[in-house]
Design a protein around this ligand. Structure first.
Ligand code: NDP
Ligand code: X2W
Length: 313
């Protein structure tokens, strides 16, 4: 029998993309809400409780409300929002995080998927903390360049309406230095000092790259680019969706420039190490609607159900 799957927030950017991934699958039957009732709590509760797997593609408050509507112990919730990412009752939806994460995802009925910026940052930093190269107490800084679809329907409409010259150039934001992904970046890397995190949204639909600059003098004694690269390779050996690119491979640069959109339309995260003398810049690149959101959610469903992790991706 096919798995019953419901997407709460089916008309949103992340929800629509999950529907696209699942539409072709014969092992999944999609439960759809009547569009007129898509914000009706009683109808949402009926479908959430009828589902084997329900994706929450909603603003944080609505995701919390949806979680409270579930009484069926068999319903597995996979939440794309920020609501539950550091909650001890939810498992973080990043299978590649550490050994044992897939086992936790298989056993849990509550999965909180990472934010798009956070996925990229955590996948760079966690292996270095685990390997003892990046001291957990080091205050690091990171920037992220992202396409505007990361801002959901409202931001997409704003950019696609045209006519506003201010949207033509890249726009740094999060300048209160308290972006909502910082708690999960710390919780799932083990970093104890709050990072300075600067996201920048650009006039392109999708694609995201987080840069993490490092001075070797601030890292464990003897750390260099080769050791950093080797630690990433060891951590992600055998992973299908995390690719560690050759150490400062010039083929990844076009005339000296990095292509932020180069992982689009995949569920991949590509990790790069560029180094010179005593410094390095690490970059993680992904499709914010793929591994940054909807692809990651489908991957977690696959892990939870025990089917091929790459099914439909
Ligand atoms: N876009 C991205 O790259 C990523 C997004 N996320 C997160 O995923 C979640 C969804 O994001 P995204 O798809 O981009 O957002 P969108 O704004 O595109 O979609 C959200 C959808 O939820 C609907 N909605 C709002 N309130 C309710 C409610 N009470 N009941 C039912 N439906 C409701 C909205 O309805 P209406 O159409 O009427 O507005 C909308 O269709 C968010 O928490 C976001 O932060 C996570 C990772 C990346
Ligand atoms: C361009 C843009 O606004 N991007 C969003 C992140 C999108 C994302 O990862 O979603 P969550 O809200 O689920 O964390 C932001 O920086 O807030």
């Amino acid at each position: 029998m096919a798995y019953q799957v419901y997407v709460d927030g089916q008309e949103g950017t992340t929800g629509l993309r999950i529907h696209e991934y699942l539409a072709q699958r014969s092992d999944v039957e999609l439960l759809r809400i009547d569009p007129d009732k898509r914000k009706d709590p009683a109808e949402r509760a009926r479908l959430l409780n009828a589902a084997d797997v329900a994706f929450l593609c909603l603003p944080d408050a609505a995701a919390r409300e949806a979680a409270a509507l579930v009484t069926n112990p068999n319903t597995c919730l996979i939440d794309a929002s920020t609501a539950h990412r550091t909650s001890p009752d939810w498992v973080f939806g990043l299978p590649e995080l550490a050994a044992g994460q897939r086992d936790k995802l298989r056993k849990s009925k509550r999965i909180a998927n990472p934010g798009c910026h956070a996925s990229a940052f955590i996948l760079l930093a966690r292996p270095l903390v685990d390997a003892g190269l990046l001291p957990a107490a080091l205050p690091v800084s990171a920037t992220s360049i992202t396409g505007y679809s990361g801002g959901g329907k409202k931001m997409i409409e704003q950019y696609q309406a045209g006519g506003d010259d201010k949207l033509l150039s890249p726009r740094p934001y999060g300048l209160t230095l308290s972006h909502k992904h910082i708690p999960e970046m710390m919780a799932h890397t083990g970093l104890t000092a709050k990072p300075v995190f600067l996201p920048i949204v650009g006039n392109f639909y999708k694609g995201l790259a987080v840069s993490l600059p490092l001075h070797f003098a601030q890292l464990a004694s003897g750390t260099d680019a080769t050791k950093i690269h080797a630690a990433l390779q060891a951590h992600y050996a055998g992973e299908r969706f995390v690719r560690v690119m050759p150490l400062q491979d010039p083929a990844t640069l076009e005339s000296g420039f990095f292509d932020v959109q180069g992982s689009n339309d995949t569920n991949d995260v590509d990790l790069f190490v560029f180094a010179h003398d005593t410094q390095a810049v690490l970059i993680a690149r992904l499709d914010n609607l793929g591994k940054g959101a909807s692809g990651a959610a489908v991957q977690c469903m696959n892990v939870h159900l025990g089917v091929d992790e790459a099914l439909g991706l």
